[in-house]
Design a protein around this ligand. Structure first.
Ligand SMILES: Cc1cc2nc3c(=O)[nH]c(=O)nc-3n(C[C@H](O)[C@H](O)[C@H](O)COP(=O)(O)OP(=O)(O)OC[C@H]3O[C@@H](n4cnc5c(N)ncnc54)[C@H](O)[C@@H]3O)c2cc1C
Length: 303
């Protein structure tokens, strides 16, 4: 109920108001902005994953434009020798329009990433995409097992079963790299846990399963309680540092991020950039509605 109300309020906010808030979470509108942010992170021993903003395209020519942006990003990452991977949203390549076309676009990006020894992470979108994306991942993982990685969402009731399925298709010597996060889309109770406690319990179950079953475990959270429980789990299992990492979003909880780096954990930060910042930003806003009074205040002061 509350999420739906917040979503309605956000839809009424003018774009320039949302931009004031967005700057905190987005490297900038250009690739050069993402390069600068990544260089800064790398100089603090933090890895990155660069994301071209965009999603849910309406026509396939948009996918071709995004593909060219990713190919350019890969060249630039290599040129500047950045310690980063790339993250993509399958719906920006047409996942919900034409899955074969989407596969072909992704194939080109992943081939180029492979030539340049970069990983490509397939972000996970709303639950209408989950099964289609898992099928697509299987196909791409069989072709590029060292290059393609995946996101799963702990709020989905099916996620532990999806991990078990991934384990069943895992190739010897090619651990599947899964970023586990809570999940950001508004989903019905039939498919997703709704309560904070239930989501966190499932998050811990999934991390526990991944650590015990040969996955590369990418733990994407800013939740201090989860981080504490996971650090205890890692210590208890004696997990090798090279088999997991923490991940956080650019602009969110930098103090917690720096603390984890000081403790010696690998940290990767998600660095989004580009012109299509609105959808990404409004999701951040829905997640943290306490920002709404701050951005209204900022607009008033600017005026
Ligand atoms: C690297 C990375 C990649 C992701 N990829 C995906 C994906 O592919 N698909 C997907 O559905 N979701 C993705 N997410 C988002 C994720 O699903 C969560 O919505 C988000 O991380 C918030 O959950 P949390 O675990 O931090 O816990 P929460 O309990 O939501 O947050 C814990 C605390 O962190 C702080 N916080 C969290 N988010 C924000 C914010 N935006 N602004 C300010 N403070 C904040 C707040 O203080 C909050 O109390 C990704 C997250 C990360 C870190």
């Amino acid at each position: 109920m509350l999420n739906r109300l917040i979503a309605k309020i956000i839809a009424l906010l003018p774009e320039n108001l949302v931009w004031i808030f967005s700057k905190r979470y987005i490297a900038g509108k250009n690739l050069s902005d993402a390069v600068k942010v990544t260089q800064n992170l790398n100089s603090s021993s933090i890895k990155a994953t660069v994301d071209v903003l965009g999603e849910y395209i309406k026509a396939t020519h948009e996918a071709v434009e995004y593909k060219l942006k990713y190919l350019e990003a890969i060249d630039t990452i290599k040129k500047h020798n950045l310690d980063t991977t790339v993250s993509i949203k399958p719906t920006m390549f047409g996942l919900l329009l034409d899955k074969d076309f989407c596969y072909q676009q992704l194939h080109e990006v992943i081939s180029k990433a492979k030539q340049n020894e970069l990983l490509v992470c397939m972000d996970m979108e709303d639950s209408s995409c989950t099964q289609i994306e898992l099928n697509l991942f299987e196909k791409l993982y069989n072709e590029f097992p060292e290059t393609v990685t995946l996101v799963l969402q702990a709020y989905l009731r099916r996620t532990l079963d999806d991990l078990k399925w991934l384990k069943s298709i895992m190739l010897p010597n090619y651990p599947i790299n899964v970023r586990i996060c809570k999940g950001i889309y508004i989903e019905p109770a039939e498919v997703a846990f709704q309560k904070y406690k239930e989501v966190n319990e499932n998050f811990l179950r999934c991390v526990d399963y991944m650590l015990d079953n040969g996955f590369f475990t990418a733990i994407a959270t800013h939740d201090k309680r989860l981080v504490k429980a996971i650090n205890q789990m890692l210590a208890k299992k004696g997990t090798a540092r090279e088999t997991y990492e923490y991940q956080m979003l650019y602009g969110v909880r930098p103090n917690l991020r720096d603390k984890l780096v000081k403790l010696g954990h690998t940290m990767r930060v998600y660095v989004p950039f580009g012109n299509h910042w609105y959808g990404y930003s409004t999701r951040r806003l829905k997640e943290n509605p306490r920002m709404i009074p701050h951005i209204i205040k900022a607009l008033v002061y600017r005026g």
